[in-house]
Design a binder for this molecule. Structure first.
Ligand SMILES: Cc1cc2nc3c(=O)[nH]c(=O)nc-3n(C[C@H](O)[C@H](O)[C@H](O)COP(=O)(O)OP(=O)(O)OC[C@H]3O[C@@H](n4cnc5c(N)ncnc54)[C@H](O)[C@@H]3O)c2cc1C
Length: 448
C-alpha cells in the first residue's frame, strides 16, 4: 500500500497521544503509523517516586502500548540519528542491530534525560529518577543501605549508610525525598530495632531560593514546613561541589558522609536532538507553534525535547517541560498532521497551565488545580484523582488504586528485588546518553 509513513520517535506522553490521535483521525488507507520506542509501555513518570517508595508497583505505572494503540506498528529500539535530507531515521533495535527507517513525516517526541553539570564524581555516583529501572534500583539501593547499616558494627559506616542526599527542589526531587524518607522511617520502625531512628537523615538540596517554585511562594513554603516537620533537612542556595562513593561535599563547605546521591536537578532534551543539526534553545529543538521544525521538510517536534512557544503566556517564553503540555501537544500534533494530509491548514498550540499536584506521601500533599492552592488531605485527594484520570488504561488505574489501598492497610514488606545487584546503576548506566550519532556520522551512514 503506497501511503505516507508517519514515524513517531518515543512512546511517552507526547508520542502516545499523537499516535492515538492519528489512529482516530486517519484511516489505514490515509497513512501508516510507526512508533519507535525502547520500551513497550508508556511510562507514567509522575508516580516514579511512589514506585521507588514501594507504594505502587512498577507494572502499575507502565501501561502497555499494545493496550493503548490499535494499529500503530511498534519498532522496539531507539532512534540514534536522523538524516532529514534523506528522510531516514537510524534505529538501534533492542538487540543492538542498527537499521534505517524511512519516513514521510517524522514526529520527534524522545523526551528528556537528567541534566547534569560538570561536578567531580557526578556521572559515576549520582542516581536518577527518570526511568522505571532507576526507580526500582533506587528502592533496592535504599533498602540495602538499611539492611547493611543494621548489620555493621562500624559506627561511621552505619551513619554514612543512613544519610541520604537528594538534589533538586522541583516536583521530582521533592516527591522522591518525601516518599523515600517515609520508606526509611517506616522500615526502621518495623524491621530494624537496632537502628536508632535519629541516625536516619534525609537532605534535600537546591541551588534555588525556594522549594517547588512552580507552586508559588505560599504552597512552596507549606511543602517546606511539612518536610522539615518530618525531619528532612532542606538546604536552599546550595548545591553539590563534589561526590565520591562515600561522601557528598556541598558548596557551603559541609561534607556529608553518604552512599546515596539522588540527582533530579532538572532535565535536558534527549541527545537525539543534536543529531539533526537543527537550531536549539537550551538544548531543546526550536519549533514553530504548530510543531514544525523550521527548514526540515516533514519534521515535527514536541514534548520535553522541543521548545514550543508558549502562546498562552505570550511573553516569548517556551512551554515548560511537563506531562500536561506533552500530552496536549501530542493530541494537537495529531490534528495538525491529519489536517496537513487532508490539505487543511494547521493551527498553533495554545494551552494555559492547569496547575500541579505534589504528593509527599501519607496525608501530606500540596496542589494547585486551576490556580486554587490546596494542602493536606484535600490536596492529596486532588493529586491521586488526577493521577488516576491521567493514567492511560483502565487496568493501570485499577492497579494503582489497588496499590494505594493495599499500601494504606497492609504497609510495605521493604524487600529488595536483587535484579540489579552488582551494578552501580548510575545515570549513564540507565539513560544510555552515549549511543547517539553526530550529524556527520548519520550522513556518512545514510548516504553511503
Ligand atoms: C519524577 C518525575 C515526576 C514528574 N511529575 C510530573 C507531574 O506531576 N506533572 C507533570 O506535568 N509532569 C511531571 N513530570 C514531567 C513529565 O513526566 C515530562 O514532562 C513528560 O514525561 C514529557 O513527555 P514527553 O512525551 O516529552 O517525554 P517522555 O514521557 O519522557 O517520553 C519519551 C519517550 O521517548 C522514548 N525515547 C527516548 N529516547 C528515544 C529514542 N532515541 N528513540 C526512541 N524513543 C526514545 C522514551 O523511552 C519514552 O518512552 C515528572 C517527571 C519526573 C521525572
Amino acid at each position: 500500500m503506497d501511503v505516507p509513513n508517519i514515524v513517531i520517535v518515543g512512546g511517552g506522553f507526547a508520542g502516545v497521544e499523537a499516535a492515538r490521535g492519528l489512529e482516530r483521525a486517519l484511516a489505514p488507507t490515509d497513512a501508516r503509523i510507526t512508533l519507535v520506542s525502547p520500551t513497550d509501555y508508556q511510562l507514567y513518570l509522575p508516580l516514579l517516586p511512589q514506585v521507588a517508595a514501594g507504594v505502587v508497583t512498577p507494572q502499575s505505572v507502565a501501561p502497555s502500548l499494545r493496550r493503548i494503540l490499535r494499529r500503530t506498528e511498534l519498532v522496539p529500539g531507539a532512534v540514534i540519528g536522523v538524516d532529514p535530507g534523506a528522510k531516514v531515521c537510524v534505529v538501534r533495535k533492542i538487540t543492538g542491530e542498527v537499521v534505517d527507517l524511512s519516513y514521510d513525516y517524522l514526529l520527534l517526541t524522545p523526551g528528556s534525560v537528567t541534566r547534569t553539570f560538570d561536578i567531580p564524581g557526578l556521572p559515576d555516583e549520582a542516581r536518577g529518577m527518570k526511568t522505571l529501572a532507576q526507580a526500582v534500583y533506587l528502592r533496592d539501593h535504599v533498602i540495602a543501605q538499611l539492611d547493611l547499616a543494621a548489620a555493621t558494627s562500624d559506627e561511621d559506616e552505619r551513619a554514612a549508610r543512613l544519610q541520604f542526599v537528594v538534589v533538586g527542589g522541583g516536583y521530582a526531587g521533592t516527591e522522591t525525598a518525601a516518599c523515600l524518607q517515609r520508606l526509611t522511617t517506616a522500615a526502621a520502625k518495623r524491621y530494624h530495632p537496632r537502628i536508632d531512628p535519629g541516625l536516619i537523615k534525609w537532605h534535600l538540596i537546591d541551588i534555588a531560593t525556594k522549594l517547588l517554585p512552580e507552586l508559588g511562594d505560599k504552597l512552596g513554603a507549606s511543602a517546606l514546613r511539612m518536610l522539615s516537620g518530618r525531619g528532612v533537612q532542606i538546604s536552599l542556595k546550595t548545591t553539590v561541589a563534589s561526590v565520591t562513593e562515600d561522601k557528598v561535599t556541598l558548596t557551603d563547605g559541609r561534607v556529608l558522609p553518604s552512599r546515596t546521591l539522588v540527582w533530579t536537578a532538572g532535565v535536558a532534551a534527549s541527545p537525539l536532538v543534536d543529531s539533526l543539526g537543527a537550531e536549539t534553545v537550551r538544548g531543546r529543538i526550536v519549533v514553530e507553534a504548530d510543531f514544525k521544525v523550521p527548514g526540515l521538510d516533514g519534521v515535527f517536534a514536541l514534548g520535553d525535547a522541543a521548545a514550543v512557544p508558549d502562546l498562552a503566556k505570550g511573553d516569548g517564553s517556551y512551554c515548560v517541560p511537563t506531562a500536561q503540555h506533552a500530552a496536549r501537544q501530542g493530541r494537537h500534533a495529531a490534528k495538525n498532521l491529519a489536517a496537513l494530509l487532508g490539505g487543511q491548514p494547521m493551527t498553533p498550540y495554545k494551552h494555559k497551565d492547569l496547575g500541579l499536584v505534589v504528593d509527599l506521601g501519607g496525608h501530606d500533599a500540596v496542589s494547585k488545580p486551576l490556580g486554587i492552592g490546596l494542602k493536606g488531605v484535600s490536596a492529596q485527594v486532588v493529586a491521586r484523582g488526577y493521577h488516576l484520570y491521567a493514567l492511560r488504561t483502565g487496568v493501570a488505574r485499577f492497579r494503582t488504586g489497588a496499590n494505594w489501598f493495599l499500601n494504606a492497610v497492609a504497609g510495605d514488606d521493604f524487600v529488595r528485588t536483587g535484579f540489579l545487584a552488582g551494578r552501580k546503576g548510575t545515570l549513564r548506566d540507565f539513560e544510555h546518553t552515549d549511543v547517539y550519532l553526530t550529524p556527520e556520522e548519520v550522513a556518512a551512514r545514510t548516504r553511503a
